[in-house]
Each structure stands twice: as C-alpha cells, then as structure tokens.
Design a protein around this ligand. Structure first.
Ligand SMILES: Cc1cc2nc3c(=O)[nH]c(=O)nc-3n(C[C@H](O)[C@H](O)[C@H](O)COP(=O)(O)OP(=O)(O)OC[C@H]3O[C@@H](n4cnc5c(N)ncnc54)[C@H](O)[C@@H]3O)c2cc1C
Length: 255
C-alpha cells in the first residue's frame, strides 16, 4: 500500500495498473514494505482507474521475479532488526488479469474488510509486549531493591483508583485476557470496531505508557527492555497510525 509520499491517505496513491488486453501494466513504487525483500508474492494496491480515488483501486498479485520489478534497499530501522522492510519499484511490469484479487475497483473495500485482522494481530503482539516489559520491570526492581517477595503478586493486586480512562483501559489490556476467538470474529463482522479500539490502546500501552525502568541501565541495549522500547515504537505507526485508529473509531460511533 504505502508509497514514498502516501501512507494514511491511501486513496491518493499514484501507482497505476492500466489494463492492456489480458494484462495490467504496473508502474510506480512502494516503500516501508514488510518482508518486501523476502517475498515471492507481493500484493500490490494500485489505481486501475487513476481518475478515481477509493473506487479506482485494485489489488494485484505480483509474482517475483517479473520483468520490470525491482527491490530497493533493506531499510535500516531503529527497531525490529530481524524483519526486512523494503522499497519496491515497478517499471512497466506486466501482471495477468487473472492475478487480480476481487473485482476491479474493489481494492480499497477489500483492505477495509481485512485490515482489522492485521490490526488485531498488532494489538495482540503489543499486549504480549507490554506484559513482558512489565514483567521484566517488576523482576528488575524486585531484584534491585530486595523486595522480590513484596512485588511478587503485583499484577494481581487490585487496580489503583481510576486516574484517567486511558490508563485504566491500558491496565485492563495489559492484565486482562487476550482477545479470544469470539471477540476476534465479532471485530471482523462489525468492520473491526473492537479491533480498532484494542489496536488503538494496546500499542500505546506497549509503546509509550509503561515506564519500563527509569534507570540508565534501561537505556542500554544489553538489557531486553531497551530493545523492546525501540521494537514497540512501530506499533503506533504501521497497520494505521494512532490518529487514523481514532478517526475510524470516531466514524463508527457516528462522529
Ligand atoms: C517498519 C514499518 C513497516 C511497515 N510495513 C508496511 C507494509 O508492510 N505495507 C504497507 O503498505 N505499509 C507499511 N508501512 C507503512 C505504514 O503503514 C505507514 O508508515 C503508516 O501508515 C503512516 O503513513 P506515513 O508514514 O506516510 O505517515 P503519514 O500518513 O504522513 O502520517 C504522518 C502523521 O500525520 C498523522 N495523520 C495522517 N493523516 C491524518 C488524519 N487524517 N487525521 C489525523 N492525523 C493524521 C498520522 O497519524 C501521523 O502522525 C510500514 C512502516 C514501517 C515504519
């Protein structure tokens, strides 16, 4: 989906796929594509009708290698070093019409329908991340101060008085059960509303709100908490930024 100048506003994308007989001719470029270096099949969102916005978008399955398809750099990120993130270039790449996913012009709708599942998986990973960070922090503090016994049951202690809705909700996400199969199915059926809420808060809990440890050691990469800090930052950006999640939640509530 994402292009050098276009992330959140997908309808403005400029990659085109113009039909020529039984093929589409694909031109343009993408960036920040997860697994772009390793992938053999790439699902490309492109404008089959460049005159339209959302309704002009289709999804094409591009098989690698294909003439005119090139991969750029494996981008150097602050975190997630085990995962590749690539630039992709399409220069008159010919893609058979039978490689189109869904109907022509249906691409945006398919993304809207299926992105909530990706967002739920980001939310679940963020929850696990936040729990691990909280666990390491408690363990470290207990070890550092000799209060291991006193802190052993901290996660099970009553939730302190409400200070603000966000914190209360984040605490629930970090300590509560992960979304079960039923909740995931409901989220999917309802256009992802639940998923959007969880994905909005869970990354914030993992990426920004838990203090990890305020000691200098927590900034050293030899400690897992420092790596978790850089790895989790991305969860408030990819799959839709925090602000875009708020937009979608607001719209589904009628605002
Ligand atoms: C490591 C990594 C992996 C990625 N993997 C993929 C991938 O596999 N496939 C893919 O397609 N993309 C991928 N992305 C791209 C990612 O989805 C985009 O970076 C993200 O959607 C934000 O787009 P942008 O960077 O262009 O920022 P912009 O859209 O320019 O946003 C900039 C800021 O403006 C805010 N903003 C934008 N629009 C609005 C609005 N309407 N209202 C309020 N605030 C707004 C945003 O919240 C953000 O704070 C990846 C990115 C990274 C860093």
């Amino acid at each position: 989906m994402t292009e050098p100048g276009i992330g959140s506003d997908l309808a403005s994308m400029s990659t085109t796929a113009i039909r020529d007989g039984d093929e589409y001719v694909l031109n343009g470029s993408k960036t920040f594509i997860t697994n772009g270096i390793n992938a053999d099949l790439v699902i490309v969102a492109a404008k089959t009708d460049p005159g339209e916005r959302h309704k002009g978008m289709s999804l094409l399955i591009l098989e690698a290698p294909s003439e005119g398809f090139e991969r750029g750099r494996n981008l150097d990120k602050v975190g997630l070093h085990a995962q590749d993130t690539a630039e992709l270039f399409f220069n008159d790449v010919r893609v058979p019409v039978e490689n189109r996913l869904g109907a022509e012009g249906e691409g945006f709708l398919l993304l809207v329908k299926n992105l909530p599942q990706e967002r739920l998986s980001i939310a679940m990973a963020s929850t696990a991340h936040a729990r691990a960070m909280l666990g390491w922090t408690i363990e470290y503090r207990a070890g550092a101060t000799g209060l291991r016994q006193a802190h052993r049951h901290l996660p099970e202690q009553p939730v302190p008085p409400r200070r603000d809705a966000h914190r209360d909700h984040d605490r629930g996400i970090v300590r509560g059960p992960l979304p079960g199969g039923a909740q995931r199915r409901r989220a999917h059926r309802r256009g992802g509303f639940d998923g959007q809420v969880v994905v909005h808060r869970a990354p914030e809990a993992g990426g920004g709100r838990l203090p990890a440890t305020a000691r200098g050691y927590g900034y050293m990469t030899e400690y897992p908490i420092a790596r978790a800090y850089t790895d989790s930052r991305i969860t408030t950006i990819y799959g839709g930024t925090t602000e875009i999640m708020k937009e979608i939640i607001g719209r589904s509530m009628g605002f």
